[in-house]
Design a binder for this molecule. Structure first.
Ligand code: ZN
Length: 432
């Protein structure tokens, strides 16, 4: 195995990056995405791509670019009752510009609220219908007086481009591991920022080791970004051997892995096994054609081995897409746990290999080779010996170390260490 990726105290650093990115107004296009990618570039040298508005991408087209500088609602006394500058969720994302005086009845047609969580402001978008709108708490909505209001949204929707960031790490092999995360949500901490920040730190860790696989990180607006990348990179698609979509990695929920459309891709087996051997609650979900960018990567024309790792599941926790998905909702220790768990997944990808037992007739004498005395890491001597026996028995050329870990129910790290001992004593040979 190549150098191990060493763990470090990362939770606080990851949280700090989220804190910095939180105030920025992002959308599927525009300067907020560029500003976000520029900050991520301080951690890893991203290549920033700009795909012009109107570019045909698969069955879609790159939209007009949206930018916003200010927005508010004033009451009849001229007091701002809604101010975009205090919370960017107050504006319907991709609103067209507006500036006029209207009565309450008309205003209400442009307001979005969450009656079930009356203190929170919802996050809403309208990428395709050219409308304007504001989001506010339901309590504020109920308190609105029947008077004249002035509404102003200073936004532009013009020819521009869709921006995304890409970071490629060349490994020994051309075979690639694809990691993607969406960058299109404004001030939402778990949905969007946790994925961006954890991806940036994982990429920074991976680039410092000599990896077997090549790694490609994409920081893309959801849906239209993955469609753009797929459309413009047909030549790279066959190289993708493993893939993970990362989102919602900072909340206190258990890990949930959504399998690829293939269902039994190696990445599906790896993540499921890594979850199982953590000995904590987790979920494994079957593929469905909904969710994040797995909708594109796992569309039938690509059917890539790409799964999705989250903690809580989108749409299934009350704070989702509301102002309550804020900096208090993400926890440094959970971000660190997500980072560490991803590290274990990448160590498994890197360390998985198939070997041949060079002494397959009867059990080889392990004591004579000093193997009974070896204890790998935190494992007990008994587990280590059992791992040796499993590897020797199943290394007939058909089973990878991952298969052996799954069958023996040992964590991959122990199986990998036991295999290294057998290689040292010339009992195993790598199958190329
Ligand atoms: Zn979202």
């Amino acid at each position: 195995m190549k150098e191990l990726i060493h763990p470090t105290e990362k939770g606080k650093e990851i949280f700090n990056l989220i804190e910095r990115l939180y105030p920025i107004t992002r959308s599927i296009t525009g300067n907020g995405v560029r500003e976000t990618l520029a900050i991520v570039s301080e951690h890893i040298p991203l290549v920033i791509h700009e795909v012009p508005s109107g570019t045909k991408i698969l069955d879609w087209e790159v939209p007009l670019e949206w930018n916003i500088t200010d927005a508010w609602i004033k009451n009849s006394k001229g007091e701002k009752i809604i101010d975009f500058k205090t919370l960017n969720l107050h504006v319907l994302n991709y609103s067209i510009p507006v500036h006029k005086k209207i009565n309450l009845e008309e205003l209400k047609e442009h307001l979005f609220t969450l009656p079930e969580s009356p203190d929170w402001v919802p996050y809403r978008t309208s990428y395709h219908n050219k409308i304007w709108g504001f989001c506010m708490s339901h309590n504020q909505f109920k308190s609105l007086k029947d008077e004249e209001y002035e509404v102003m949204i200073n936004a532009t929707l013009e020819d521009g481009s869709l921006s995304y960031g890409e970071f490629y790490i060349k490994g020994e092999l051309e075979d690639e591991v694809l990691i993607t995360t969406h960058v299109c949500h404004p001030s939402l901490a778990n949905d969007n920022l946790s994925g961006i920040a954890v991806s940036a730190f994982i990429a920074d860790t991976l680039r410092k080791i000599k990896s077997k696989y090549s790694y490609r990180f994409l920081f893309i607006p959801a849906t239209v970004g993955s469609i753009a990348w797929l459309s413009l990179n047909e030549d790279k698609i066959d190289k993708i051997k493993y893939g993970l979509i990362l989102a919602l990695l900072g909340d206190e929920g258990k890990f949930n892995y959504k399998k690829s459309r293939r269902d039994t891709a190696v990445i599906d087996k790896i993540v499921a096994h890594c979850l199982k051997t953590r000995n904590e609650a987790y979920g494994v979900l079957d593929f469905s054609p909904y969710g994040y960018d797995e909708r594109q990567f796992c569309s039938p024309g690509y059917n890539l081995p790409v799964g999705r790792l989250s903690r809580s599941i989108h749409g299934e926790f009350p704070e989702y897409h509301t102002s309550a998905d804020n900096l208090d909702f993400v926890k440094p220790e959970k971000l660190e746990e997500s980072f560490e768990f991803l590290r274990s997944i990448f160590q498994t990808i890197e360390g998985n290999q198939t070997y041949l037992n060079l002494n397959p007739k009867g059990e080889p004498q392990l004591g004579r080779r000093g193997l009974f005395k070896k204890i790998g890491g935190h494992s007990t001597a008994k587990d280590f010996q059992m791992a040796l026996l499993w590897i020797l028995n199943l290394s007939d050329g058909e089973n990878s170390l991952l298969d052996i870990a799954i069958k023996s129910k040992f964590d991959f790290e122990l199986i990998r260490k036991a295999a290294d001992s057998l290689i040292e004593t010339n009992l195993l040979q790598e199958i190329v």
